[in-house]
Ligand binder design. Structure first.
Ligand code: FE
Length: 172
């Protein structure tokens, strides 16, 4: 009887501990969780160690997403993709771009004139390579996606120049 009570107490303490010791703002998902293709980022972060990212991602994805690398033009999976569907973050699965805003930029990288939601893609100043550019990262997991330039088509005039390796496409 005493043992059963102790066990119940232990389970209770463990439950309380996991509820309060895990920060609500940090989600540790083993694999990318793809939800609603129109999902707006809710402010939660996906935080993983460098080793965890290395294990989860392919070497090419890791280089682009976590080390801000750039794939060679015309080599990625999506620059010439004309299918209807949604482009998710390759690292965490947050929906980022829709085929509805994709256009042929001629650059050899998948290009869009707007993200699905402004909240889902974060802009960062990038002063590397002796130039001033605006880097784009996934708002949820901070993975590098590409850069945004002010020479895109209407209606926004923006060109989100993305790496295929930072995206996973799902057909509508
Ligand atoms: Fe992400």
């Amino acid at each position: 009887m005493k043992r059963a009570l102790l066990l119940i107490l232990a389970v209770f303490v463990a439950l309380v501990a996991t509820r309060y010791l895990t920060p609500a703002s940090s989600v540790r998902a083993a694999t990318p969780v793809k939800g609603d293709p129109k999902m707006k980022w809710n402010g939660e972060k996906v935080v993983k160690s460098d080793d965890e990212w290395k294990k989860q991602l392919t070497p090419e994805q890791y280089k682009v997403c976590r080390k801000a690398g750039t794939e060679r033009a015309f080599t990625g999976a999506y620059w010439d993709n004309h299918e209807k569907g949604t482009y998710y973050c390759a690292a965490c699965g947050l929906p980022l771009f829709s085929s509805e805003t994709k256009f042929d930029s001629g650059t050899g990288w998948p290009s869009f004139w707007a993200p699905i939601h402004a909240e889902n893609v974060t802009n960062r100043e990038d002063n590397s390579l002796w130039s001033r550019r605006t880097e784009n990262v996934c708002s949820r997991c901070d993975s590098h996606l590409g850069h945004v330039f002010p020479d895109g088509p209407k209606p926004t005039g923006l060109r989100y120049c993305m790496n295929s390796a930072a995206l996973t496409f799902e057909k509508e």
